[in-house]
Design a protein around this ligand. Structure first.
Ligand SMILES: NC(=O)c1ccc[n+]([C@@H]2O[C@H](COP(=O)([O-])OP(=O)(O)OC[C@H]3O[C@@H](n4cnc5c(N)ncnc54)[C@H](OP(=O)(O)O)[C@@H]3O)[C@@H](O)[C@H]2O)c1
Length: 199
């Protein structure tokens, strides 16, 4: 929650406490549900990436939704480590969804900190999003393992930390099968070291 689509498919901030409340109520009505298991509060302080600033009014709105029983668990998205820590002083945070993949590793410390706390880290754009990940190292590793490059990218995330929860998007049943099979791709320490150099 935190944004709405315009009629051209663009994203517009809908980030005030009233808009967040309205969005949860609209989602519940559209989905025919009485409660949602988890709702991510997506920071829109900067639409393009995490930006420092207070999310207190928005987190308070989410807490009120939880108190009303409309939301069971609160997650955060597009946030900084400081914002996660600040929100955790107000309420339990169930998961964090930020940009993270082989080539985008700004959240290394946050992944580890959340792992220590037993909190899932859900990387968005795990395959690179609109421009799928490409690199010479990735191609070489994929060839050596008889896997696709994107299977290796997913396997790297799965091996990165036990709290990583994968949500690769696809419109292709074939890609879905490949993505599921990435759980069987095992990367040796040497290969992980090679892949780490991509960042
Ligand atoms: N919180 C946020 O701000 C935020 C931002 C962005 C995304 N998200 C969420 O994060 C999730 C993942 O994002 P995403 O789907 O945009 O990015 P992604 O998983 O990194 O990449 C998806 C792209 O990779 C392609 N792809 C998937 N599997 C493939 C395969 N095996 N081989 C080749 N190409 C493959 C897909 O095309 P095909 O359809 O052709 O397979 C699609 O173009 C989604 O649930 C999305 O809603 C959240």
């Amino acid at each position: 929650m935190g944004a709405r689509r315009d009629n051209k498919g663009g994203w517009l901030p809908a980030f005030s406490p009233d808009e967040l409340t309205q969005a949860v109520e609209d989602n519940l009505r559209n989905l025919g549900l009485e409660t949602m298991e988890v709702v991510n509060l997506r920071s829109m302080l900067d639409v393009h990436g995490p930006a420092e600033g207070s999310l207190e009014p928005q987190v308070e709105a989410m807490i009120k939704l939880k108190e009303r029983g409309l939301v069971k668990h609160i997650g955060l998205s597009n946030v900084t480590p400081q914002q996660v820590a600040d929100a955790q002083k107000m309420t339990p945070i169930a998961c964090v969804q930020n940009l993270y993949n082989l080539a985008n590793r700004q959240d290394e410390a946050l992944v580890d900190k959340l792992a220590e706390q037993g909190i899932p880290y859900v990387p968005f754009f795990p395959l690179g999003g609109f421009s799928p990940l490409q690199s010479e190292q990735l191609t070489a590793v994929a060839q050596a393992l008889n896997a696709t490059t994107l299977q290796v990218a997913l396997a790297w995330l799965l091996q990165r930390s036990p709290n990583i929860l994968l949500i690769p998007g696809t419109s292709s049943p074939e890609h879905l099968k490949q993505n599921l099979a990435s759980g069987e791709v095992v990367l040796s320490a040497e290969i992980v070291q090679c892949l780490n150099s991509i960042a």
